[in-house]
Design a protein around this ligand. Structure first.
Ligand code: FAD
Length: 289
């Protein structure tokens, strides 16, 4: 289908973009890579009267090591994130996740900012950002504020971002040195959204788990932080029993819908399987495997 008519704006600065967002309110939509928004417009699920395209805003691109964090500009494409040595060094789970998003064409256009701001529970990056304890940097007419990825997602396409705010960057605290990580995604075919997926970050000290975070994709109305599952690993050697217990706890918070990805019970179970596998892989990596 063809989208409804709209006016196109290409601001030359972030301040101008924020001004346009404020001016057009609910009738304006921010355009990043367009790979979620344009399909919604073609289906007429979204009919904005004004598109505010961020493409010209080079200040929203790039990946920087700031010491404790890496700071990723919202308009950094998924492909640029995949190619970044800074991201690979500090947070290798980012590249692992990009590799299972859609296909190269989508990753060349789709941005990290669009992926996390979209609010679609099928997007892969929100759960990873939750597991990493990432902070979203938003700019509105009153200036900048920061808000954690954990708590940002309120419902399907509903986030903490106010209508007059722009996501300008994502701050990712560096996980502990030598941490283990994994993003495990079950999908029906290459390029598909997740039937269920799990992100795991963990660290060991003296053979016991000293840090753990687990978050899930597409098994609820938002990405889900499996806090109790992660907590259950702390102090254990992350043996098979601990892995199975954490997977059970992760399944308990799932609330998937029955759709083309499968029935509710299957998807909940697959969330457990993905969690179990992600923990096992993260453990192997933390042990230097
Ligand atoms: C065939 C296909 C398969 C896909 N498969 C997957 C998949 O497996 N996993 C996955 O995670 N994604 C998948 N996607 C989605 C893809 O990753 C999108 O690129 C991503 O969801 C949105 O990024 P974007 O830059 O294209 O944003 P856009 O489509 O431009 O924007 C998405 C939404 O975020 C808002 N937005 C964008 N940038 C900002 C900002 N800086 N501040 C505030 N709001 C903003 C927009 O207004 C819009 O509401 C797929 C897309 C396609 C077309």
């Amino acid at each position: 289908m063809i989208p409804a008519n709209f006016d196109y704006h290409r601001p030359a600065s972030v301040d101008e973009a924020v001004g346009l967002i404020e001016q057009y309110g609910d009738d304006g939509a921010i355009l990043a890579g367009g790979h979620s928004l344009i399909p919604m417009m073609k289906l007429r699920f979204a009919t904005p009267g004004h598109l505010i395209d961020l493409k010209a805003l080079d200040e929203l691109r790039g990946i920087e090591d700031t010491g404790a964090d890496i700071r990723i500009g919202a308009m950094t494409t998924q492909a640029e994130l995949r190619a970044s040595a800074v991201a690979a060094e500090a947070c290798p789970i980012l590249a692992e996740t990009v590799d299972v998003i859609a296909d190269p064409q989508v990753r060349n256009m789709g941005t990290l900012g669009g992926n996390v701001a979209n609010g679609d529970p099928g997007n892969d990056m929100p759960a990873v950002m939750m597991a990493l304890g990432a902070i979203y940097v938003l700019r509105g007419p009153g200036g900048e504020r920061e808000t954690p990825a954990n708590g940002f997602y309120k419902g399907i396409f509903d986030t903490e971002r106010a209508a007059n705010e722009l996501l300008v960057a994502i701050r990712v605290p560096k996980p502990p040195a030598g941490h283990g990580y994994a993003y495990k995604k079950l999908k029906r075919k290459v390029g598909d959204y997740a039937t269920a997926a799990a992100a795991v970050i963990l660290a060991l000290e003296g053979g016991a788990c000293s840090h753990a975070a687990i978050a899930l994709t597409n098994v609820g109305p938002t990405a889900l932080n499996a806090g109790d599952a992660a907590k259950s690993l702390i102090g254990t050697s992350v043996d098979g029993e601990a892995q199975a217990r954490a997977a059970e706890l992760a399944m308990e918070i799932c609330d998937p819908v029955s759709d083309m990805h499968g029935p509710v019970e299957y998807r909940r179970n697959m969330a457990g399987v993905m969690t179990y596998r992600a923990i096992a892989e993260a453990l192997g990596r933390a042990k230097g495997g």
